[in-house]
Structure formats: C-alpha cells, structure tokens
Design a protein around this ligand. Structure first.
Ligand code: HEC
Length: 411
C-alpha cells in the first residue's frame, strides 16, 4: 500500500512547516533537508529520524521496513519524541511534552485499538502527533501499538472491575464523547474528563475549552474504549456543580466583549496536578493569548474544593481580556462583596442542598463586569498574569467562612 508521492510530500511539508514554527531547537532531526514539492523520493525520514541501527534499512518505505519488529518501528518513527523507553523525554526539543507511556499518560485510551487509532489518525489539533497511516502499513501500526503497550505500567487492579478508572495519587485526563451533563444540555462529541486526587473530577468540552461541571466520587467507566465507533466516557462522580446549566458561553472574551475561542493545544499530568494548555483566538483565527490552566484539589472540610490556576500571557503585546469563571447569573448572597482589594473577591451560588463559593485572586488588578455572572476583566502582557480561582462546594456558607477562604488563596 504505497500512497501517492504527492500526498507524502504534502504531509512532509506540513510536518516540516509546523516543526519549523514550533520547535525550539533540534531541527537537525529533520535530516531530510529542505522540503520540495517536486521531491517525490520515497522516504519516511521526512517524519522521523532513523536511528543509526536501522538507517541501513534504506529509505524507510513500508516495503523496506517489512521485516522490522514493533520495537524497531517504534525506534524508527516514535522514539525521537516519546523516547525509546516511552518516558516521553524527547531527544529533540519540543514546545510541549509528548506523552509518557511509562506513566500511563493516555488521554485517548490505552487499549490496543485506541492506540492504533492515535497512531493511524494522529491527534486532532496536535502539530506533533501527526497521522502515521501514510507512513506505515496497517500491520505495522498494530505492531507499534502492541509495542507501546509493553512500555505502559502494568495496570494496577484498583477495582474488581478493571474498566473502572480511579484516581489515586496522580491526576488523569481522558478524552472522548460525553453525554449531556444534565438533561437538556448538549452532547459533547469532543469532551474531556480530568480526574484529581481526592475524588474530584471536572468535565470540559474541548472544541472550545470550557468547564461544564464538577463531580465528586469515582472517576470514569471506560468500558466503551474498546469500541471502534468512538469512545463514550461515563463519568462516575456525583455532580457537585454545573456551570451555566451545562451549556456555558465562552469562557474568554476580548476587551471589547467579543468571544475568544480557547483552542486546545495539549494536556499534561504532573503528579496530583493536571494542566490544560490552550490558545485564545479571535474571530479571525489570530492567536491573542496563551493559557495554561492547572487543576488540583485542596484538602478541606468542605465537600469539594478544586483550584484552577490560570497562567495567561498575551501573544502580541498588552491586551485586556474577560474571563467568565462562572458565566451563570449567580444568586449572590454576598452581593456587596466587591473585591476587598483590586485583586481578589468571591461569590456564592446556591444549588439544591449545597452552595458553591467561587473565590478568586489575581496577580493583576481585576474588575468585575456586571450583568453576566462572574466575569472578570484583567490585563495581559508578555509576562504572565496569574489568576487563581477555587470552587468550594459546602453545605452552607457564612461570611466568616468565605473570608477564611480568601485568606487561603495566595499566589
Ligand atoms: C514529533 C514528535 C512525535 C512523534 C514523532 C510521535 N509522537 Fe506521539 N505524541 C507526541 C506528542 C507531543 C503527543 C501529545 C500530543 C498533545 O497532547 O497534543 C503525542 C501523543 C501520542 C499518543 C497519545 C497518548 C494519549 O494521550 O492517549 C500516542 C498513543 C502516541 N503519541 C504514540 C506515538 C507513536 C506510536 C508514535 C510513532 C509511530 C508517535 N507517537 C510519534 C509527539 C510525537
């Protein structure tokens, strides 16, 4: 199965262009030299740097690599980013960290089928994890998928039922189809669940990164990962807080109030924390800011406390943006609780049987924008602006308790 050279050249052009933009260094890895659309020489070195021992296998077309084992194919095509041992410490410098297979970093599922799909089709939106179906035959992709599975940690059986994924000490991120979070809310074909230690999980849509809700207890039933028709994630936690009836508006707006799209770049797990990285794009598709959203739980006597830390940087000089921390109109029991200082504040929202306090603090002056729920306006520059926001779910709130939470948040 040899694909048309044109297609291959185009693939290479795309990869090289992206690498040129995003790689900090290590372009030497692209030993193929300058891309040229006439250069139809069959070669897979356009997407990989053959290590010395397999270089002698020649040009790397599927025919030439027919005798290679899964491990050798992995060394040829994957190791320069994911490392030979699967640790995700790349041989070349990448702007984002590839997955560590050793630590079980599989947001798209760790079954043979799920890994095969990622190898074949790449990860939508990732400039690095590109499709390999034009580079390897189907059989070869299965061999590589099997090899990747040998690099994974032996799965600890944390439940009688191995389909249930629990979060112990390390946060976990899984992506897939999400059913409506509450009746009447839309389906999320591109959804994401972030599980945090302490039995907290957060539900997001990822086509435009927006928090949909918080859950507590359990994490996810991934039984459907085996299926080929896309994966449905079944969150197991009880809903503790739903953002804007499950269908929140844009989380970020420009200074002019126009929505910005949060385009997901990558997710990363580091011990108990999960990090979601995205770009904010205006209506023309231009990037106006970069955001790292780091999530972790805080131990407390409240039933749930999840901290979101936004690290935001302007992409092109100073800018004002608005952040909708909870775009629903809050029933604000502390209506006069304007920021004590210009950099912190809080609001309360009552749900049935429980109340969520959203407490926030920023390194820069923030301003509450009236009318639209908890929307903050702040300025971004080239140095990061940090905004901490904690969702605390508790049975009841008193002004004293709220004040204590504000004290807790320090940057
Ligand atoms: C140019 C660097 C690069 C190469 C080459 C590469 N990957 Fe990746 N891969 C990445 C990055 C970066 C990610 C994470 C992408 C993201 O989060 O946007 C990733 C993600 C993945 C994932 C998804 C894990 C998950 O979250 O479920 C799998 C599986 C994977 N790679 C396997 C492979 C295999 C197998 C190969 C070789 C055929 C390969 N990769 C080649 C950089 C690379």
């Amino acid at each position: 199965m040899i694909e048309p050279p044109r297609e291959r050249a185009r693939l290479r052009d795309r990869v090289l262009t992206t690498l040129t933009f995003v790689l900090l260094a290590g372009l030497a890895a692209c030993s193929g030299g300058e891309p040229s659309s006439n250069d139809a020489a069959p070669s897979s070195s356009d997407t990989s740097k053959p290590p010395g021992d397999v270089e002698s296998t020649g040009t790397g077309t599927p025919a030439d690599t027919a005798a290679l084992t899964g491990a050798e194919l992995y060394d040829l095509h994957c190791a320069r980013c994911h490392a030979t041992d699967g640790s995700g410490k790349p041989e070349i410098a990448l702007a984002i960290q590839p997955r560590s297979f050793k630590e079980g970093g599989f947001a798209w599922g760790d079954t043979r089928e799920a890994i095969f799909r990622v190898i074949s089709d790449g990860m939508p939106g990732s400039p690095f994890m590109v499709p390999f179906k034009h580079v390897m035959t189907e059989d070869q992709r299965w061999l590589v998928a099997d090899h990747v599975r040998t690099l994974m940690p032996k799965r600890e059986v944390v439940d009688e039922d191995d389909r249930i994924l629990r979060v112990a000490d390390d946060a976990a991120v899984v992506r897939g189809h999400l059913s409506p979070i509450v009746d009447g809310a839309p389906m999320r074909p591109r959804g994401m669940l972030v599980g945090l230690p302490g039995d907290a999980s957060l539900e997001y849509r990822t086509d435009d990164v927006r928090l949909l809700g918080l859950r507590s207890g359990g994490f996810v039933d991934r039984s459907d990962w085996e299926g080929r028709g896309g994966s449905t994630l079944k969150p197991l936690g009880e809903l503790a807080h739903v953002v804007a009836s499950g269908d929140p508006g844009p989380a970020f707006l420009g200074g002019d109030g126009q929505p910005l799209r949060a385009a997901l770049t990558t997710t990363h797990v580091d011990a108990g924390e999960a990090k979601i990285t995205y770009r904010l794009e205006d209506a023309s598709g231009a990037t106006v800011a970069f955001v790292d959203e780091v999530l972790r739980t805080i131990e407390t006597d409240a039933s749930l406390a999840v901290l979101r830390r936004f690290e935001m940087r302007s992409a092109n000089g100073d800018r004002t943006i608005r952040i909708a921390l909870d775009p629903a109109t809050p029933r604000d029991d502390f209506a006069h609780d304007e920021p004590i200082e210009r950099q912190q504040g809080a609001t309360i929202r009552e749900d049935e049987g429980s109340a969520t306090a959203i407490v926030y603090r920023s390194t820069h002056d923030i301003e509450r924008v009236d009318g639209d729920g908890l929307v903050l306006r702040t300025a971004l520059g080239e140095d990061p602006t940090y905004l901490l926001s904690v969702f605390v779910v508790a049975d009841s709130w008193t002004p004293a308790r709220l004040a204590a939470w504000k004290e807790t948040l320090s940057i």
